[in-house]
Write a protein that binds this ligand. Sequence first.
Ligand code: C2E
Ligand code: MG
Ligand code: MG
Length: 684
Amino acid sequence: MKIRHRLGLSFSLLLCLLFAIAAVSLSRISNLNTVTHTLVQVQVHRAFFAEKAIHYAEKAALCLVNLLKTIDKKSRVPLYAEMDAALASSDQAVEAIRETLKEPGQQAALARLTKLRDDYDAEFRETTDTIEIADVKVAMAYFKSHTQHSLNALLKGARELADDQQHQMERVLADLSRAEANAERLLIVLSLLALLIGIGLAWMMTRSIIGPVALAAGVADAIAKGDLTREVPMGRQDETGQLMQSLAIMRDSIASREDKILRLAYEDSLTGLPNRTRFIEIFKQLPEDQKGAIVVLDIDRFGAINNALGYAVGDRLLSLIGERFVAAANQAILVARLWGNEFAFLLLGAEADGARDFADSLLLMLKTPLILDGQRLDVGATLGVVVFPTDGNDAAILLRRATSALRLAKKRRVSYLFAAGVSEELAHENLSLIGEMREALEREEFTVYYQPKLNLTKNRVTGAEALIRWQHPDKGLVPPYRFIPFAEQTGFIRNITPWILILVIRHAAAWRRAGLEVTPSVNLSAYDLLDANLIGYVRALLEEHGLLPQQLCLEITESALMEEPDVALKHLNEFSKLGVKLSIDDYGSGQASLAYLKRLPVDELKIDREFVTDVANSPKNGAIVRSTIMLCHELGLSVVAEGAENAAEIDWLRTQGCDQVQGYGIAKPMPLADFLTWLSRNFV
Ligand code: C2E
Ligand code: MG
Ligand code: MG
């Protein structure tokens, strides 16, 4: 039964009881009133008139006695009047009693009294007649012999009636007090009954309402504390049952919302894979002595795929790759998408060899081309690997180390690197190379190589990229990737860049004087782009050597722009104002989009060699390079394809309208003298 019905019923019951108590009280009061009324109106009335009848009868008798004593006739006249008045009053009193006496028992008493009164009246009249007809003495004798007796009998009768009325009154009073006692008892019983029913109902209500409500409060409290597994007791049909049902619905909706929030916070919406936060969270839950490896994977040239084929294709590609990764993973492998085109794998229980095998299997798997909208896409990847707990036991640090290894692997153009190997190598190189760099500069161990840039329209070398080399006395020719990163990290690049700028501007000025229209390109690092003095420095050098600003090109990588974009952009604008040519290097290896690049004051874009390699045979690379060339031309940028290694690639690039080509297919980087010789032999 519903609570509202129960409450309604209980209160109705209580109200009925109260009504009964009130009704009993009212009826008793009304009874009391009637009895009191009877007492006052009837019994007292009768007693009063009985007394009155006695009184006037006695008075009349007294008058009669006085009459009997009054000899003089005249003197008896007032006495007669007085006597008649007394008798009339006595008769009136008896009449009044008669009017109220209706009960049959009382009628007999009244008849007897009337008879006595009539008898006395007759004797009384006889006495008065005797007084007037005979004389007073005879009358006196008659009075004593007859009338006196009748009077006594009448007085006795009246007294008996009065007494009887008195007794009746007492009886009624006794009845009344009995009835009152009964009413009192009834009221007490009813009140006790009401109290008991009230207590019973209150107890029942407490049990049926407070119990479930307290239970519901407990459930709500548990929900508030985040315990969404607490069972909600069901089954009641009343309002508390509805409350429980609402609580269950609330708990379920909170749980589903929490689930959704958790999913949003922990799941990558594109691939449905765990995200970086979740990856770190899962790692944190591993036992301390857990062994394993983390592999971070970066899809090569993804930025360019996005730009060339559109973000929608890029997104679908990522989900497709994600699906492949999940299919390749087993129970002991967790796949996550860290961000953009970076995925991470947590290999539980794996050691270095296992991680290597896994990395190889991933690379092998990616060799199977992906088909998207019927279009074949070749996707490559670079990986960084860490092994725990050897390389650390903090997820964020491990991820960072794996990512650094991955970045270095990209720079070195290898498929993957182990962080441990890298750091050992770096530590070793750090010690040996960093310390030596300063002296190397002083001892002029650094040198510059030039790699020609062939202008495909003019079929002539119009530019050359200046690439630093370290001619180490012990280690031989050290490639830039082995010391430039440290030079950038330690700030030593501040010395290298000016040094190479002096050298290159001097060489270029000499080429111009010799009639060689070749514009050299110098690579700037992120650090250089943040250096406000570099612009003035370049301007001064150009003036000093008589080289026009447009006869020098500066190459900047996308990542260099990302460090402090505002400052970098400001300096780029100043370089642009100065008039030097600006070129975006390694386009496609990072995340930058053409939409972003078009806001930069650049003249040239160099497509990363990853795309150019095998461009003639790979339809995907072909599509990317072709569309990049078209877009660049629309944006007014000249395009350089880096890393063209053979004639087929160069021809393909020429047919696609590429402006310049740089690569082993033209020539490898060469020392200045060799470069000049090469130039004179081939193109001049
Ligand atoms: P980068 O600026 O993209 O230079 C092009 C790199 O691609 C050069 O490597 C070049 O030798 C290589 N390359 C060109 N054509 C081909 C090809 O057909 N096949 C292959 N496999 N490779 C080719 P390098 O000289 O080892 O330079 C590596 C990187 O070091 C440069 O990449 C540049 O980022 C940096 N670097 C070199 N010199 C300097 C410098 O003076 N200053 C700064 N800040 N960085 C420099
Ligand atoms: Mg470059
Ligand atoms: Mg490059």
